[in-house]
Design a protein around this ligand. Structure first.
Ligand SMILES: Nc1nc2c(c(=O)[nH]1)N(C=O)[C@@H](CNc1ccc(C(=O)N[C@@H](CCC(=O)O)C(=O)O)cc1)CN2
Ligand SMILES: Nc1nc2c(ncn2[C@@H]2O[C@H](COP(=O)(O)OP(=O)(O)OP(=O)(O)O)[C@@H](O)[C@H]2O)c(=O)[nH]1
Ligand SMILES: [Mg+2]
Length: 443
């Protein structure tokens, strides 16, 4: 079967708390054997869902080898996270305790869980769909408020509801379409076909809007990227260091100091933001510097936003499309208010002039690049979802072009299948190892 050797009948366990030094460690157990295993290590079953203090033994019936005194939670299924019997041991977090209790669980018939296997079981047991499970993974991985809120909404079903709502609507369209196929000679009102077309177009529009807004969701999840570019000695590396509050890049008065692209991340307006400092742009015979310039231009192209810097008395002749102009070293020379009609931020990384204004501007820019969709609909967050929705849009488009009712029905079914694969309601066996393999162990 699956590459991970996924076996639903096994009873699995894992350390669900972190591996650093901590006061308490939670070992989580799930599977049909949970009841017997708990009896073996703890003697008798606690009241369901109530924390009780119990001695943990290698074998409670012989009171052989006392391992710890722990809080025990017994979760008889199916009303719990995984949807099957399970329990938790809240242990003292010593490595020797964790090892000894793990061994006792293995002796009693459990095996270590694969990454994401608890959540995979929750999915298999119908406790959540695939999009919600991905939301849980993102929630655990979240490092910023933006990521946390986005993931929480997704884990809570907001995005799943959007996708299953579309599926429901498609199902209705398909039912009408079937009626057209089954009763071609009946006098079905002409409005039926017209209605089908309109509803398909409406769905297609909403999906396309979702994909367009999706850029914002992907930016919240993966971070917004700002590229810093400009001629040598403009102060690009000085800006990077100031923005990230760290001495990331070497700063020197020698032109051509930075030759590689350097990335440093920070949190701005609750969003992960990566700044890329790049080699100063100039003609050069130096092979390494030329490669640096080539990479700089690559990052400028890839970035969500370009910060084009120049030093006082050296205003640029060209502006990168959509770039924000920053004139540095206002302490030593003239900086124009505008260039080719574009506003210029006049700053000095030496004196701090203009930096608060620039910072406020960057926060606004980040908010703009990650704003919620105007419709209030949840944002798309992953390439997998984008691909699925795009596939559905393609099928709807094909359906609209199709005159034969049978073939049109087929395209509509393919669109439904694309949406079904998103939430995991149809044909996802091949995806599960990839998706749950990205989780941490114990989740
Ligand atoms: N100790 C501990 N903390 C945890 C979890 C856990 O499993 N154990 N969680 C897991 O990762 C998260 C909480 N998620 C959970 C989701 C559902 C249920 C659950 O048992 N739900 C049942 C019963 C609810 C009840 O008793 O009121 C239900 O929804 O029907 C428990 C935890 C975060 N904190
Ligand atoms: N007077 C003055 N000097 C500055 C200012 N900002 C940076 N410098 C100096 O300008 C020089 C170049 O700064 P960097 O940050 O290394 O410039 P860069 O754009 O990264 O240069 P390359 O890596 O060579 O492309 C350094 O000596 C800085 O100390 C400023 O606002 N005013
Ligand atoms: Mg530099």
């Amino acid at each position: 079967m699956a590459a991970l050797g996924y076996q639903a009948e096994d009873t699995i366990f894992a350390l669900s708390t972190g591996i650093e030094r901590a006061a308490i460690a939670v070992l989580r157990v799930s599977g049909a054997g949970s009841r017997n295993i708990l009896l073996q290590v703890c003697g008798k079953l606690p009241v369901a869902r109530k924390a009780v203090l119990r001695k943990i033994w290698n074998n409670a019936s012989t009171q052989d080898d006392l391992l710890d005194e722990a809080l025990v939670l017994w979760f008889p299924g199916p009303q719990n996270y995984t949807g099957e019997d399970g329990f938790e041991l809240h242990l003292h977090a010593g490595p020797a305790i964790i090892r000894a209790v793990s061994e006792a669980l293995v002796n009693a018939g459990a095996r270590p869980a694969e990454p994401g296997e608890f959540t995979r079981r929750a999915f298999v047991n119908g406790r959540m769909d695939l999009v919600e499970a991905e939301g849980i993974a993102d929630l655990v991985a979240a490092e910023t408020d933006g990521q946390r809120k986005l993931a929480l909404a997704q884990a809570d079903g907001a995005l799943s509801q959007l996708y299953s709502g579309w599926s429901e609507r498609l199902k209705k369209i398909l039912a009408f379409q079937e009626a057209l196929i089954d009763f071609p000679d009946e006098d079905l009102p002409a409005e039926v076909e017209e209605g089908i077309n309109q509803e398909i177009q409406k769905l297609q529009f909403e999906m396309q809007q979702h994909i367009a807004d999706g850029e914002h969701g992907e930016r919240i999840r993966q971070g917004v990227v700002f590229a810093i570019t400009g001629p040598p000695n403009a102060g690009k590396s000085s800006l990077l260091n100031w923005l990230t509050g760290r001495d990331t890049a070497i700063v020197s008065s020698k032109a051509g100091t930075t030759r590689d692209a350097l990335e440093a991340a920070c949190i701005l307006a609750g969003i992960k933001v990566t700044f890329v400092d790049t080699a100063g742009l100039r003609e050069t015979d130096d092979e390494i510097e030329a490669e640096g310039v080539r990479r700089a231009l690559f990052h400028v192209k890839q970035a969500d936003c370009v910060l084009q810097m120049f030093p006082a008395n050296e205003p640029p002749d060209d502006i990168f499309p959509g770039a924000t102009l920053i004139g540095n070293k206002v302490d030593i020379g003239e900086i124009p208010k505008t260039i080719l009609g574009k506003d210029v931020f006049a700053i000095s990384l030496k004196t701090g002039d203009g930096l608060p204004e620039l910072y406020t501007f960057l926060q606004r820019k980040v908010e703009e690049l990650t704003a919620a969709s105007a419709s209030g609909a949840p944002l798309l967050t992953r390439a997998r979802h984008k691909a699925g929705v795009q596939e559905a849009v393609r099928c709807l488009h094909a359906a609209l072009l199709q005159d034969w009712p049978e073939l049109r029905g087929e395209e509509l079914r393919l669109a439904m299948r694309a949406l079904g694969r998103l939430t995991g309601h149809v044909g996802v066996e091949d995806l599960l190892d990839t998706i749950f393999g990205q989780f941490c162990i114990g989740k």
